[in-house]
Design a binder for this molecule. Structure first.
Ligand SMILES: Nc1ncnc2c1ncn2[C@@H]1O[C@H](COP(=O)(O)OP(=O)(O)OP(=O)(O)O)[C@@H](O)[C@H]1O
Ligand SMILES: [Mg+2]
Length: 1022
């Protein structure tokens, strides 16, 4: 074993909740007290720490002076460690507030602590005399320390991720974001004020806002069936069994609320894993609510209430009064030793049984106990005894995560298991929680959640803060520590062998080829150990034969992170080597992504780059652009271009392929690589490479809609390419400049450049290769012709472009279809526009291009709106446009804003319409002018309806100016028609006939049938 490995064997990664507390103002206190008194105070403090921390299941890591460092989650992990730490903090603060101060230092404010709590992954090593019992290392520890530093006197600051939904167990200050010294990302925190009146975890979860209830109809029917049975006099025992978060409590809540409330008496209790959970907890809760007693009542009033209630239910019960009183007094922990309470006395059992006996005589009873997996021995006994009564009108319903030790009491119960949500159900919740999210995000959440509603909710919550995207590339500091703990606490309960197995599986990935797992661990697909992991809701047979897969992507990530760095690296290396050497024959190519990933993860950058490059090429060939971008980016990160000339050349060549993979779905991250390519080429004084690299930068800027930058870089690249005499490159650059000029509305320049490009491409067209560039140039030309109102010529260009790509499903096809749809919209051919948009959408979905997907959705949306005026299609446009905006993708987005301004004015949503009109104008100022005239027309209409300050003429004049500047004949005619419509609506007849004549002549010349009809309709009207 190397030193490193030995070190790792002594240390381990754990998810912990970490608590730091300090005495406030301690320096001043120390200065104003006698040393002996201060030392006494510290002694008291220490005793308080030592008593309180273990009481909540934590351990004291270190006490230094007045400062305390404690951790929760080691050696045993609990899902509620965050809550335990918070409870401990509340008790600690209370304790310190009560420490009496010596009279002589009365001038000082009362004693208080300040505390910080944070959860996350911690590296934990055995400590020494200097560092304390344990040594905790890692960012999470630093965050907790910083939080304690910023906490004011008597304040408890907890990071949001420590508690998650459980924060609702407390009254808190509003959430705020703190930037902490030495910590990169801001941390969301709140102050804990006190405990809230929230009883159960489900109540706490619900306070985040419940989504509407989904699915589970079969289970509801089964519960209803049982209810009818007891009403008819047939006893029922049902256990709902499913892993954490699957919706057991929600199902029962739904059932009890809608079905069981009217005809029955419903009694409910729950068990807790919390240390302070009292024996008989669920039954005591039931007794308290039945008898109307609570903690704050005096013993005498409890006795009185009890007497009265018992007599009410059945006078015979009064003789059990003492038993009930004894049972109820158990809630006072000081009264009795816990061990003595863990077994229910015969008399208590008898009393409770008699009570149930009496209750069911008057009406049917539903007894629901939640979280039965945490039932204590006494509760088990009581439930068994109640069951033995075999009461005909009693429905015993329990919910449990698993039925192991506690199964006896419900051994003959009917078991209802809850399956994960189907894809449709999962998407329904996602749409409720993240309305308007794009389909790629939805799919991502669906897949990672594995259909577990709690995970879906949590992932949606994170996605709101855009954590999800970061997750795609690797988990760093996440926002879900409490959920991590939920998963970790499950893993920690596994046998050692299972833990090792599941960790190896996690390092392999989400999908685990069984041969690979077997070759690494010796456990094959049918080994019983694998089956036990399925029972633990962790690993299942995958969809593909010969694979296993993690049920939830989140679980895999959490487990992966808990593997020590060196062990993890060694595993990655073994996996990569095994894949390379022993992969099933013919599977090499399939393994490229895996090889790239595993070599990358263990730092073998040369191999990583090699496989990532190959995997990128493979993804491009399959039009899987998002994958290609990831692989090429990985290859570029792994490869060092400065190490050799060969590497430099390879780096540039990969960067070029990255640029090509980005153009249909660009992002700013990739621009960084390409800008680096320019710097590298400049440093190598490599003019040709620099021309190329600048061209790519221009190209991606064009795709991002940064038309100014695009033109600038493209012109510079053109000068350089011409300078070195590379005519093919210069021709390519001119073609892209032609596309960029088309986008900026500089049509004369663009037509010259595009025509030249098209003729060269036609001339040099190579058989067998898809003429992507030719097709795209044709589509751009068609858009220019269309905007100028030369629709027939435009359609001919589209035909040629589409014929060239021959239904290949290549992303360029989606681009062409989008343009075809847009031109049809200009011409007023709504149906044709819709058809092209739908086809474009299918292609975009397949090649996973969010840009093209959103654009085709908007195009189709506007076509629908014009044809049917459906609000739904307006909403689709709003959503799609917001996806593009949130990702900063601007190309042609002025059109989206223009359509939206138009549609929203029509549906009288003035404020939103104004917003989109303003966005269109803003884009126009950034050289994307196509939506400007439309936006001004919308504003003119709004103004005619009294919703704008300036008169309509002002906006119409601006619309006309924009139309004339690009020579957009259809815009000219449509603006004239709009002018006429507004005049007619305002009762002004002057110039209407003239405007309509001019517009109609133009519409006829352009073949704009729908508009001709509109003109004629208006003529008839006025
Ligand atoms: N059918 C459903 N429709 C909508 N939301 C649901 C549904 N089932 C569960 N949820 C939501 O998922 C979350 C988890 O559900 P719930 O608390 O009922 O899970 P559980 O199985 O009781 O978990 P645990 O074992 O931790 O108690 C809740 O916020 C709940 O509202
Ligand atoms: Mg529950």
């Amino acid at each position: 074993m190397s030193n490193r490995e030995q070190g790792e064997a002594r240390s381990r990664r754990r998810y912990l909740a970490v608590l730091f507390s300090d005495l406030s103002d301690s320096a001043r206190l120390a200065a104003s007290m006698e040393a002996e008194d201060f030392s006494d105070l510290l002694g008291q403090l220490r005793r308080g720490y030592e008593e309180i921390i273990p009481r909540h299941g934590g351990i004291i890591v270190q006490i230094r002076g007045d400062g305390l460092l404690a951790s929760f989650g080691y050696p045993e992990a609990h899902e509620d460690d965050g809550r335990r730490a918070t409870e401990a903090a509340l008790d600690l603060h209370e304790f310190v507030r009560r420490i009496p101060l010596d009279l002589s230092v009365r001038a000082l404010p009362p004693l208080s602590l300040h505390t910080g709590i944070h959860s996350g992954l911690v590296l934990l090593a055995d400590g020494d005399d200097v560092h304390g019992r344990l040594d905790l290392l890692g960012n999470s520890v630093n965050v907790a320390a910083r939080l304690s530093d910023v906490a004011q006197s008597d304040q408890i600051i907890v990071s949001e991720e420590t508690l998650g939904a459980e924060s609702h167990f407390y009254e808190t200050t509003p959430k705020r974001s703190l930037s902490l010294q030495g910590i990169v990302q801001p941390v969301a925190v709140y102050g804990i004020l006190s405990r809230a009146a929230v009883g159960t975890r489900f109540q706490a979860r619900s306070m985040r806002g419940l989504t509407s209830f989904i699915g589970r109809q079969t289970e509801l029917q089964a519960l209803k069936g049982s209810l009818y049975d007891i009403i008819k006099g047939k006893p029922q025992y049902v256990a709902i069994v499913a892993p954490a978060g699957m919706g057991k409590t929600r199902l029962v809540e739904e059932f009890l609320r809608d079905w069981a409330s009217s005809d029955c008496l419903t009694l409910r209790g729950y068990c807790e894993s919390y240390l302070s959970a009292e024996p008989l907890q669920p039954f005591l809760q039931i007794l308290r609510s039945l008898f109307g007693v609570d903690y704050r009542m005096s013993a005498a009033s409890v006795a009185e209430a009890l007497q009265k209630q018992l007599a009410n239910i059945d006078p015979h019960l009064v003789k059990y009064r003492a038993e009930f009183l004894r049972a109820l007094s158990l809630d006072d922990p000081s009264q009795c030793h816990p061990e003595m309470r863990s077994i229910a006395s015969e008399n208590t059992i008898a009393a409770i049984c008699k009570l149930f006996d009496a209750l069911v005589t008057s009406r049917p009873v539903v007894l629901f106990i939640d979280d039965w997996q945490w039932a204590d021995a006494a509760s088990l006994q009581v439930l068994e005894a109640i069951r033995r009564l075999n009461k005909r009108r009693l429905f015993v319903l329990v919910a449990a995560r698993e039925l192991t030790a506690v199964s006896v009491a419900v051994s003959d119960a009917r078991i209802l298991t809850l399956a994960p949500f189907t894809a449709d159900e999962t998407e329904e919740i996602i749409h409720q929680l993240l309305p308007g999210s794009n389909p790629f995000t939805v799919t991502g959440i669906r897949e990672r959640s594995g259909g577990n509603p709690l995970f879906v909710e949590e992932l949606c919550h994170s996605a709101r803060y855009d954590i999800l995207d970061r997750r795609r590339t690797g988990r760093t500091q996440s926002g879900e520590a409490w959920l991590d703990k939920l998963i970790e606490s499950r893993v920690e309960r596994l046998e050692r062998e299972q833990i090792e197995l599941v960790r190896t599986a996690a390092v392999i990935g989400n999908v685990i080829p069984t041969w690979l797992l077997e070759s690494l661990t010796g456990y094959g697909e049918h080994h019983p150990l694998i089956a036990t992991l399925a029972a633990q809701d962790l690993i299942f047979p995958g969809e593909q034969l010969g694979t296993l897969r993690f049920k939830h992507g989140i679980a895999r990530d959490v487990i992966y992170d808990s593997v020590g760095l060196h062990q993890r690296n060694a595993l990655h290396k073994r996996i990569a080597d095994t894949l390379r050497e022993h992969g099933p024959s013919g599977a090499q190519e399939e393994a490229w992504e895996l090889l790239a990933y595993h070599y990358g993860a263990c730092g073998q950058v040369v191999e990583a780059a090699q496989y990532a490059e190959a995997a990128g090429d493979k993804a491009v060939a399959a039009s899987a652009l998002d994958r290609a971008q990831i692989q090429y980016s990985a290859a570029l990160s792994a490869l060092d271009p400065d190490s050799s000339q060969e590497n430099y050349e390879r780096w540039l060549s990969i960067a070029q392929r990255l640029a090509l993979a980005c153009v249909f779905d660009p992002s700013r991250d990739q621009l960084e690589f390409l800008e680096r390519a320019v710097l590298l080429a400049t440093a190598h004084q490599d003019q040709l490479a620099r021309a190329r690299a600048e061209y790519w930068v221009g190209y991606i800027n064009y795709a991002l809609g940064e038309l100014d930058h695009a033109t600038h870089h493209l012109e510079s690249a053109l000068a350089r390419a011409t300078g070195v005499g590379d005519e093919p490159l210069a021709a390519q650059i001119r073609a892209t400049l032609g596309q960029a000029s088309a986008a900026t509305g500089d049509y004369d320049k663009s037509l010259i450049l595009l025509d030249e490009a098209i003729s060269i491409k036609r001339q040099f067209r190579k058989g067998g290769r898809l003429p992507v560039a030719l097709a795209y140039s044709l589509a751009c030309k068609a858009s220019v012709l269309g905007d100028r109102g030369l629709f027939e010529q435009a359609h001919a260009c589209f035909e040629e472009a589409l014929a060239a790509v021959q239904n290949s499903g290549h992303e360029v096809e989606s681009s062409i279809l989008c343009w075809q749809s847009a031109v049809n919209l200009w011409q007023g051919r709504w149906e044709d526009a819709r058809a092209s948009a739908i086809k474009g959408q299918h292609v975009a979905e397949r090649v996973k291009s969010l840009y093209l997907y959103a654009q085709s959705l908007s195009l189709g949306g506007y076509a629908n709106w014009m044809a049917q005026r459906s609000e739904k299609s307006l909403q689709a446009m709003v959503d799609a446009t917001s996806w593009l905006e949130s990702r900063n993708r601007g190309l042609f987005i002025s059109l989206n804003h223009g359509w939206l301004a138009d549609g929203l004015v029509e549906s009288e949503r003035w404020q939103q319409a104004r917003h989109h009109a303003a966005c269109a104008l803003l884009r126009s100022r950034r050289h994307d002018p196509l939506g400007e005239a439309m936006a001004y027309r919308a504003m003119a209409r709004a103004s005619a309806s009294g919703h704008n300050r300036k008169p309509p003429e002002v906006y119409l004049a601006l619309a006309m100016k924009n139309a004339l500047a690009r020579g957009a004949r259809h815009e000219i005619a449509v603006t004239q028609l709009c002018d006429a419509q507004i005049r007619v609506a305002c009762g002004k007849r002057a110039q209407v006939a003239e405007l309509l004549d001019q517009a109609e002549t133009l519409f006829e010349a352009m073949g704009m049938a729908w508009h001709i009809q509109a003109t004629r309709d208006l003529r008839r009207q006025y």
